[in-house]
Design a protein around this ligand. Sequence first.
Ligand SMILES: *Cc1c(COP(=O)(O)O)cnc(C)c1O
Length: 465
Amino acid sequence: MEKQLLQQLPKMDLLLAHPILAEETLPYYARKEGARTALDNLRRGILAGAITVLPSEGAIAADALHRAELLCRPHLQRVINGTGVVLHTNLGRSPLGKTAAQAVYNAALGYSNLEYDLAAGRRGSRFSHIEGLLCQLTGTEAALAVNNNAAAVFLMLSALAAGKRVAISRGELVEIGGSFRVPEIMARSGAVLLEVGTTNKTHLSDYRRAIEEQGAEILLKVHTSNFQIVGFTEEVPLDQLVALGKEKGIPVFHDLGSGALYSDSTLGVPEGPTVEDSVRAGADVICFSGDKLLGGPQAGIAIGKKNFIEAMKRDQFARVVRIDKLTLAALEATLQHYRDPALAAQAIPTLSMLGARQEDLKVQAEALRARLAEHFSAACTFTIAPDVGEVGGGSLPSVPLPTYVVELSPLALRVEDLEEGLRTWSVPIIGRVNRGRYLLDVRTLVQEDWDELERALDHILGESQ
Ligand SMILES: *Cc1c(COP(=O)(O)O)cnc(C)c1O
């Protein structure tokens, strides 16, 4: 019986010649590998007694084609974010808007004036594409961009603070994103750490004493992005630090972390510290991320006084962490949007998602619920519920985002299996399971995602019936 089945398996070359496989545009290596693993799989099934009737040749070819397609699919792929966490670190933080993505495409496809001054016909600076814009938008003298904000902070310290005593509040000696620890980064950069105050309270007089008694030469403020100390706390606002620095003739640096360019009132985005605030307070150098609240590509931006920024550009380490042309293209396009804040709020997905109001999200959730219920009510129940989301990316940890979720309760399938089915779909869909239901937050979904969700459910719920 087994022997007979094994003999009936199509031969490799015949399978490859089947119209389903032969007419495919996939490369030959993938079709061959797909055919081989499809046949191997059948052989194992037959030997284990699990297969007693062979599928049709067409079905085997279709299986081989599916395997070939999987082989050709990139490992880094688009996923659908149903978590409602806008700056989801594991899902790539900020998605780019269409214009920024198009700019990346254009810069990627051919040559560019990356480091070429077209007017002068000679070598130019890669910072020229963003420096003017950043100065214009923030009102600072100079700007540069590097690979990420961790790199910007490290470059700032190594270029401007190596061998110098840097005073920082004990309450700001934070760890960000698992491996960026302020004390260790400072030690690596050659800066000498002077801890000031206590974990929960630091007064201006603590900084003053650090300067007068311990010889502090720089004041550093680090935004405590990803946590909050509650209860009896006190920190010194940036403008008071700047006033002290001016009085003593020493510079003040600010690691702002998430760099929202404008405040809540302009963009309808949850309130938090902004680049505008830091500039107004008068910090000498300000560092922030490109892909947190700014809504651009992964990048680190440093703005501030010209002499400091120029020294950072000249530092050896600047070459190590330099920004690439694709990132520059995306960053320039994103910054361009900010010339018109109303446009930025629409064209930058991070801002439009963060700015979405709960009553609008409710309307969307109800529309999605109705659409899914229309197709799949025999296999699943769908409800909507108010929920509270978060910004993510270690930005604004205490700001709740009131939102709406669609809840799925499959009838003949475990909710964990539904979650897995959606997560391993060809365009993976990431949601979360809570109290026996599968939740999708509509804040981070776009209209095209709804179509994909429907295709996925059609397959997953269809099989459960
Ligand atoms: C996020 C953050 C960083 C690191 O920025 P990346 O862009 O992730 O490298 C550094 N400092 C603060 C305060 C941050 O919030």
